[in-house]
Design a protein around this ligand. Sequence first.
Ligand code: NAP
Length: 242
Amino acid sequence: MESDRIALVTGASKGIGAAIALALARDGFDVWLNYRADQASANAVAEQVRSLGRECTPLQFDVSDREQTRAAMAPLLEQRTPWALVNNAGFARDAMFFWMSPAEWSDVLDVHLNGFFHITQLVVAAMLRQRRGRVVNIASTSGQAGMPGQVNYAAAKGGLISATRALAQEIAPRNILVNAVSPGFIKTTMTEELPVEEICKRIPLGRMGTAEEVAKVVSFLCSDAASYITGQVIGVNGGIHM
Ligand code: NAP
């Protein structure tokens, strides 16, 4: 791998994003660690990255806010270009479609789709000049198969999967690879309210996944070993969607 071994991970203060930041630090990447609000958790992850011997730059901004994203990223991108961008920031706002509020609809589309657009456009502009890079988008089984109560989230993640495929085709000639990792039910704060026993009955492997199991696939996609993989959606879901 050449030049800057930096990975930018959005939503890395906890959960899957934190596990990805740590996995990539173990792989030898310095980490630009984005989060929205939870500074204490972000700082704790940053300390763990540093204890692995890598540099970590915490970056507080809301990916759904184009101006905040530009203001935080532009000065850094003038100096250095990350090797990898992992679009992970996000949340769900579940509601049955009939009762879904306009805010529940637009907040979820904003973070997953507009968030992807804002930061990826900035980072890919720099990657195009370097003629190398990796983009990994964290999708969801919901975006592949749909899930009742998640019309907003399924629409956002399904859109992200399609964006992954389209962008992969656009920038493959510049040696920038774009893939999606699509988790099923993973133990994080996002899923802590769910009825675990009921859900596990529907999962062929009989259990929820861990953030580390998702992070290992992201780590692979950011490695030299994944140099001929682009435009793919890789499920990490215990078999709940095949
Ligand atoms: P989580 O534990 O709730 O962590 C979410 C992270 O995203 C936090 O670091 C949070 O920052 C950050 N974030 C949220 N909105 C943001 C914004 N507007 N700008 C910047 N950062 C923002 O969630 P998770 O379960 O790890 O989920 C991570 C990703 O995996 C999401 O995209 C989610 O849709 C996807 N996913 C999760 C599951 C699952 O079962 N857990 C399954 C499929 C897909 P703060 O802490 O500062 O608010």
